[in-house]
Design a binder for this molecule. Sequence first.
Ligand SMILES: [Zn+2]
Length: 334
Amino acid sequence: MAGRQIFPTLIGNERIRALFRNELDGGRIAHAYVLEGPRGSGKHTAARLICASMLCEKRKSAADPLPCGTCPSCRKILGEHSVDVLTVSRGTRATLGVDPIRRMRESLWVTPNDGDMKFYLIEDAHLMTAQAQNALLLSLEEPPPYVMILLLCEDASLLLETVRSRAPVLPMERFSPAFTEEWLAAGIKNPDREKIVKAAHLAAGSLGAAKSLYAGGGADLERYEAAGELARILLSGRRSEALVFGASLPKDRAGLRQILSLARVALRDVVAGKRNGELLFYGAKEGIPAYAKKISVRRAVELIALVGAAEEDLAANLSPSTVMTSLFAGSFAQ
Ligand SMILES: [Zn+2]
């Protein structure tokens, strides 16, 4: 059975497509979903397509793709100027605290402007504090009938069980390096082969990440590699390597912030690898540095916390070299 075309502009992701094909045409739609995947894996795209499908004027006409993409409602939502699609974000803060969630709850009972529904897109939901998640629970339990809440999240295991049990988790598809290379090359005039292979490998299954790594060129690729190197050195516990590496790091805060945050994801993968969980940084288990085998989960969690503390120090305006010195001092102290 071919069925109607669902989410025509979404690449891959057959599981999500099949689920919504069922639910949009007569099934039961949940009032909240978690879209899970790394940066660039298409969470925003999928979220907009879900919102547009709910209100598409062609929803009842099974011959048309859904969303049709051309009716006024689709154009507004997909063009990102619908006032009924509201974004909840952490702004410049490291976590998503309780205040944005409270503001969301206050506006929940305001009826939609255009159509029969309104939507909340909660960005970086994995960075919600426990307090924020508990505040959100109340909204997830009994939202107004015209509200749908979509949690965009890099790692659903960081959500409270009580949140996950109220919103089905939909993992975004991870693409193979070969598929990513082919997809990337198809969209580029005179592609640079070597750069494509590198970007596809480093993007670890995320098409959007591959595209921005390729477009960002040298600097982004270097930061990705530096993050992997930092994770490897922290796992190895080799002080001499840390000194050489520390000296090679960028002196700009934005660059260092990106490296630290990627290194934290790499270390998180060490824990995920030990528990057969999903990897976000390394394309496959074989990519995880061999040193990781020798350390315990507890030690990996300690290293994650140390990198997190370094990110906070950097945000608190400590100099990049002070931040790195104290990160290495802390990691080699045991
Ligand atoms: Zn439409």
